[in-house]
Design a protein around this ligand. Structure first.
Ligand code: RIB
Ligand code: CA
Length: 314
């Protein structure tokens, strides 16, 4: 059994990643922590609780609300043109009887790492603020974390919020750089690979056709939420009835590393500049900068990844 804790800014792609993790055999989600990004940290937790209620896992998944601002500066606010007004494509999922914990997200991360020493994979799908706060508060957890897989950043692919920056890292560069410097086993699932994997209208048809009986509400939810996400991707990226697979690919890579090809290099996150604030700086020189090595996903088996994603529900 693979234990994972997910940190998310629960928008549309986060929601599919969470549902996949809850349905993938051999995976146990020991908790979900939320932060601001696609929506507020509180709304992300509300969305997460409703998604867990929709998926009905046979065990309890605690949800904790985290940072509603980056380490430096303020959150810019939600992005309804990408993720709808509620973060999950304006789909009104049934309310969950479960409530978020009173415990803040960073404390849940610390508690779960200590509860599962060397056996917990942390998967971050939004800004790295909650993880950075956990590391600041309890640096002793670093050697206890099995590994961290994050959706964010880009090496060669153009950025999505500046020519060279991806949204999750640009949203809190100081937090990301703190995590990069911590000495964790850290894998970047960035735009280099997430832009290679596409969820198409045909895939949604297959999902609805083959979803197990108990997963039909999930298939219907994904179909509905995708309307908003497809529209954004059509207007912004010229995608005709398809979209990149950002957050689900991070969970897929955490669960099945054979899906991706990795290059390793010392890396930091640029915390200054106008266009480069939030950029991943990986050093492939013979005598690189003094920084911990980052595992960077550079290639992905796109067909296998998307089929594995859909198969979790069939
Ligand atoms: O750049 C894509 C990332 O930004 C995804 O995690 C998406 O959900 C948003 O957080
Ligand atoms: Ca996200």
């Amino acid at each position: 059994m693979q234990n994972i804790l997910i940190d998310a800014d629960t928008g549309i792609d986060d929601s599919i990643a969470i549902l996949f993790a809850l349905k993938q055999p051999g995976v146990r989600v020991v908790g979900v922590t939320t932060g601001c990004g696609n929506t507020s940290a509180a709304q992300a937790a509300e969305n997460t609780l409703r998604l867990i209620h929709l998926a009905q896992p046979p065990y309890n998944v605690p949800v904790a609300i985290g940072a509603n601002a980056p380490l430096v500066g303020q959150w810019d606010g939600p992005v309804p043109h990408i993720h709808g007004n509620n973060g999950i494509g304006d789909v009104e999922l049934p309310v969950s009887p479960q409530k978020p914990l009173a415990e803040p997200a960073c404390d849940l991360i610390i508690r779960m790492v200590r509860k599962h020493p060397h056996q917990l994979t942390l998967v971050t799908l939004g800004r790295m603020t909650n993880l950075a706060l956990a590391l600041e508060k309890a640096p002793d957890i670093v050697p206890l974390v099995k590994n961290v897989v994050f959706m964010g950043g880009t090496l060669h692919h153009p950025g999505n919020v500046s020519p060279v920056c991806e949204a999750n890292l640009a949203g809190d560069p100081e937090a990301a750089d703190l995590v990069f410097r911590a000495g964790l086993d850290l894998t970047m699932v960035g735009l280099d690979v997430t832009m290679q994997v596409r969820l198409t209208a045909h895939h949604l048809d297959m999902l609805e056709k083959y979803a197990r009986e108990e997963n039909r509400p999930i298939a219907a939810y994904i179909r509905q939420a995708m309307k908003v996400y497809y529209q954004f991707n059509r207007l912004q990226n010229n995608c005709l009835d398809h979209c990149p697979v950002h957050d689900p690919l991070a969970v897929l890579a955490a669960v099945d590393p054979s899906l991706v090809t990795i290059r390793r290099a010392p890396a930091r996150v640029e915390c200054g500049g106008t266009f480069c604030r939030g950029m991943v700086v990986a050093d492939f020189r013979e005598h690189p900068i003094d920084a911990p090595y980052l595992s960077i996903c550079t290639e992905v088996d796109a067909r296998k990844a998307v089929e594995k994603l859909i198969t979790a529900f069939t």
